[in-house]
Structures are given as C-alpha cells and as structure tokens.
Design a protein around this ligand. Structure first.
Ligand SMILES: *Cc1c(COP(=O)(O)O)cnc(C)c1O
Length: 401
C-alpha cells in the first residue's frame, strides 16, 4: 500500500492510529492461506492472533452462521435464547465449570471474572477479601480493570487514575507469591502461558503452590484462557496440563472462529453471585454469535482438534528444534501445543518483515520472540513450508547481525 507513514498508518486515514500496521491488506482467506489485495498468497501462522483456530472460513461454522443469518440475528437477553443454552452446555461438558456468561471479547470476559470474584467474596462468602493477585508480564485486556490487572506498564501508560484492588507478583516466584497474600487477598488470576508477555510458561511446581494458597486462604483461582483455550495448547484448556480445576475460566479468541464472542465460565458455587441485574451485555450471546460458538465447538468435538494440536505441535516443535535449534540467533524454543515461541538474541521485527515478503505470516511476543500460532488443522506439509521459510529468514538475520 502506498501513501503510508512511518507508523504504518495511511496519511489520509480516518482511523485512530492505535495499531502499527503491516503494509499488507488481506482480502481473502481459506484454511491456512490468505490472499492480499494484489493477489499474493501467504501461509498463515498467526491465525488472527489465535482466533481462526479452525482455519479461515471453516465450513461447519459458516453453514451455521448462514442458517442463523436467514433466521434471527438478535433479540435481547430479556428473552430465553436457546442457542445460548446449547453453547453453554457444550462449554460445561468440556470444562470443570458449571455456569457460563457470554460476552463479546477477552477483555469483557476478564472484566466479568474480576466482577464475579469481588461479588462472591463480598456477598456470598462474605469475607470482604477483594484484592486480586496477578503477575508480571501478564496480559488481561484493555478495559480499565483488565489493563490494571495486566502486569505490564506500557499498557497502563497515561490512563491514570486506575482502579485499585490488584497486587502484582513475579511469575513463577513462590516466595513472592506467599509474601503477597494478605487478609485482603481474594483471588489469583493468571495465564497458563503468558502469550503476549513472551511465551512464558507456568512452572508445574508454581501451579501446585497456587493451588495450596487458594485452598489455605479461600482464594478463587481465575485462569485467563483467552489465548490458550479452545484447543490451542493441545487440550481444550491449558490448565488441564497442570491438573488445575479453576473457579473461573475466561475464553474468547478461538471461541467463535473469528466471530467476536467471549465467555466467562465458573463453578457452581459462584453462580448465585451474579443474580438478575448484577451483570449483563446487550450483545452478549446473540443467536448469531452462538451459531458461531456451537459450530466451532462441534467441529472441535468431531475433529478432535485439541488432540490434533497436541500432535501437530509436537511435530512443529521437533522440526523447529532440529532445523533452527543450532542457530546462534536462537536462544530458546518453547511452547505448548500450537502456541510456540522462538526467542532470539535480537529484535525479530526484521525477520517478521522478511518472512512476510517470503509469504509467511507470524506475530511477535515482545521484541525478541517469534510467536507461531498456526490453525489447529494445519498439515505437516504446511509446517514444513513454514519451517523452511523460518530457517531462511533466521539464517539471513544471523549473517547480517
Ligand atoms: C487477547 C487477550 C486478551 C484480550 O482479549 P480481547 O478480545 O482483545 O479483549 C485477554 N487475555 C489474554 C490472555 C489475551 O491473549
């Protein structure tokens, strides 16, 4: 695209310059492939940031959406919405939760989780313990409460005054966690893999420590599965890898295969904390959004996509280790299922641009980490193709460093 400024924004744009955009406009997608306005094709190892987990335009979801488009788009949550019940039953079936609240994004799901935890501690458990512990490098969203929960200063810059009620602890630091728990603490909120924060994996012994703390002090465990959920890490939800049974789980990105929808899932004891009138959303759980969710969940069941992510993730990891592991630019390759980070000893923005030029799309996780998020139906051939481009791009970076 021409006429673009240094920040990736077109000079005559009518949009806020909130995103440093790549100089590409994508116009069509099918499976793992994307096409730009000039007809160039790309292999998509980003999936719209872990959203299009079934690939682009998956038929099962498309067919349900089209049928719903011809029937009913929106009513209001003042009516029963049978599709919401059906979608919730499916989510409950595949998680440790008993009740679901539908919203429209990850931030909204986390916002609901924060509200529910406070309300439970205030009105049901009547402990008054409302402070929530979150972790350095975490990411929980862009609303005022969720950016405050986020353990990264850059997300908060200029947005003061921020809400109170959060305390931050270094990730995987047991001593610091123990020291941070007070009479005020009511919940611990975390990601199983800090994705935006650099693909930082939760240590199993830290997970154990968290469970112990929750049991000992009556804390609620909130797991943000907005990016790690929906099969991404090789399980329906990433906390299953750790044997955790969270009180609250949040989901969004992959939940509607690209249709905007979020959900907060919680254990039965929390159900009564959100009575009529306590929380709501005009668009939360419309028949249209629920068609996307049901289509997505049924496709996951039918095609065993979590298992597939596990299998393909192992293959991708093995190929990356064997073909990239020895390069001097590569510090570490880590991840879970099809959420994989390649940490380099230099900024990776140049590699990202070179890969785009070569027809491979991925995203970063912080300045030095390449983040790979192929869809869960990715083939071995597509993985081979991506690894080949990565080898080329990283070798070039090594030569020019
Ligand atoms: C993307 C993300 C969010 C925010 O989701 P939005 O839909 O952008 O509001 C929250 N938590 C995690 C872990 C995420 O990856």
């Amino acid at each position: 695209m021409t006429n673009s400024q240094g920040n990736g924004q077109q000079a005559d744009s009518a949009l806020f310059p909130t995103y440093a955009r790549y100089p590409i406009a994508l116009v069509k997608g099918e499976g793992s492939r994307l096409w730009d306005a000039e007809g160039k094709t790309y292999l998509d190892f980003m999936s719209g940031l872990a959203v299009t987990n079934l690939g682009h335009a998956p038929k099962q979801v498309r067919d349900r959406l089209v049928e719903q488009l011809d029937t009913l788009w929106h009513v209001s949550n003042l009516f029963h919405i049978p599709q919401q019940e059906e979608a919730a039953q499916l989510l409950v079936k595949h998680s440790c939760a008993d009740a679901v609240f539908f919203c429209n994004s990850g931030a909204e799901a986390n916002e609901a989780a924060i509200k529910l935890a406070r309300r439970y501690q205030n009105l049901i458990a009547k402990t008054g313990r409302t402070e929530i512990i979150t972790f350095h490098q975490s990411f929980h969203g862009r609303t005022l409460a969720t950016l405050t929960a986020t353990g990264q200063d850059k997300v908060k810059e200029g947005f003061a005054p921020l809400p109170t009620g959060f305390r931050y602890v270094p990730f995987n630091d047991k001593e610091a966690l123990l020291a941070a728990i007070t009479e005020q603490t009511g919940a611990i909120m975390l990601e199983m893999v800090q994705a935006e924060g650099g693909i930082n994996m939760l240590n199993p012994d830290f997970a154990e420590q968290i469970v112990q703390c929750c049991e000992e002090h009556g804390l609620l465990l909130i797991v943000d599965e907005v990016q790690t959920g929906m099969g991404r890490t090789g399980r329906w939800f990433a906390h299953e890898h750790y044997g955790l049974s969270p009180d609250i789980i949040t989901s969004a990105k992959g939940l509607g295969s690209g249709f905007p929808v979020g959900a907060m899932l919680a254990k039965a004891k929390l159900r009564e904390a959100f009575g009529p009138g306590s929380h709501g959303s005009t668009f939360g759980g419309t028949p249209l959004a629920m068609a996307a969710v049901i289509g997505t969940l049924l496709a996951h069941e039918e095609e065993k996509l979590a298992e597939r992510a596990d299998e393909m993730g192992q293959y991708l990891m093995q190929e990356l280790q064997s073909k990239l592991g020895a390069l001097s630019v590569v510090k570490e390759i880590r991840g879970m299922g099809l959420l994989i980070g390649i940490e380099c000893d230099m900024p990776v923005s140049g590699m990202l641009a070179a890969a785009q030029e070569a027809g491979l799309i991925f995203v970063t996780a912080g300045p030095n980490v390449i983040r790979l998020l192929p869809n869960l139906k990715v083939t071995k051939e597509e993985i081979d193709e991506a690894v080949q481009v990565l080898v080329h791009v990283l070798q070039q970076a090594e030569v020019t460093a």
